[in-house]
Design a protein around this ligand. Structure first.
Ligand code: ADP
Ligand code: MG
Length: 255
């Protein structure tokens, strides 16, 4: 069994419009791969389709997790098997505290009949919160309600740390962060890196990749990967913008 998240020739549409247009990409477990691209190129659509968002129609292609096609599975089933998505725009859940939300999420992943001991849970929660420089008072606040942009993103990474998935898709986790918050989030992600986790890091800016150095960089334009390379590709994009990659767009020629 190959331990990788493999996206094969994926086509996705919404309202009859094709957004992801024949995209292929592989993230081996243990590696961090970045997707960069201009706004509107379909990055968030790709992230949501991997997680199982019901609004999008998969026209063709596969998303394979360790060899198994996950596109047939419900979102909660995908999550249980080890897929995690950190949202670009995290939802607020008034009335549900972070402590209860995460406890329910962690408990839902335990095998049938196993229970989560409160003391174990809180020990784990506080350890991860310390890692992300989150104040303990957060645990009694409602999920994302009244949070700053940086606090919401930190909370997404706290979920990642607590759920310990096999593959994590982080959608513009850097957006809305000032440099200090960015460093904290990057430190959190870096400390979670390891052989058991594959990360797909979606970002519009190169800045995050100064702190989370990726194993591979992929440029997404108009629904497909137009270029792949090492971490130096991100620097090139930062200097030259995205326009030069558009020459790589292989549009089918109609004859
Ligand atoms: P990115 O994350 O790269 O900025 P998105 O995936 O958010 O790109 O959007 C790609 C395109 O798909 C845009 O033209 C956007 O308007 C469209 N799109 C995405 N989600 C929806 C939706 N739920 N309804 C209608 N159009 C959508
Ligand atoms: Mg987006």
């Amino acid at each position: 069994m190959t331990k990788e998240l493999a996206i094969r020739d994926l086509r996705v549409s919404i309202d009859g419009q094709e957004i992801v247009r024949g995209l292929s990409l592989t993230v081996p477990r243990g590696e961090v791969h970045a997707i960069m691209g201009p706004n509107g190129s379909g990055k968030s659509t790709l992230a949501k389709v991997i997680a199982g968002h019901p609004d999008y129609k998969v026209e063709s292609g596969e998303v394979l997790m360790d060899g198994e096609n996950v596109l047939e599975l419900q979102p909660d089933e995908r999550a249980r098997r080890g897929i995690f998505l950190a949202f670009q725009y995290p939802s607020e859940i008034p009335g549900v505290t972070i402590a209860n939300f995460l406890r329910a999420a962690v408990a839902a992943r335990l095998p049938e009949g196993e229970e989560l001991e409160a003391t174990d849970y809180y020990a784990q929660l506080y350890e991860k919160m310390d890692l992300l420089a989150m104040d303990r008072s957060f645990t009694s606040r409602s999920v994302n309600e009244g949070f700053s942009g940086g606090e919401k993103k930190r909370n997404e990474i706290l979920q990642l740390a607590m759920l310990a998935p096999k593959y994590a898709v982080l959608d513009e986790t850097d957006s809305g962060l000032d440099i200090d918050a960015l460093k904290v989030v990057a430190h959190g992600v870096n400390s979670l890196r390891g052989p058991d986790l594959g990360i797909l890091l979606i970002t519009h800016y190169q800045r995050l990749l100064n702190y989370i150095v990726p194993d591979g960089v992929h440029v997404m334009v108009q629904g497909r990967i137009v270029r792949s390379g090492g971490k130096e590709l991100a620097l090139e994009l930062d200097e030259r913008g995205y326009d030069w990659t558009k020459g790589d767009l292989a549009e089918p020629v109609l004859v």
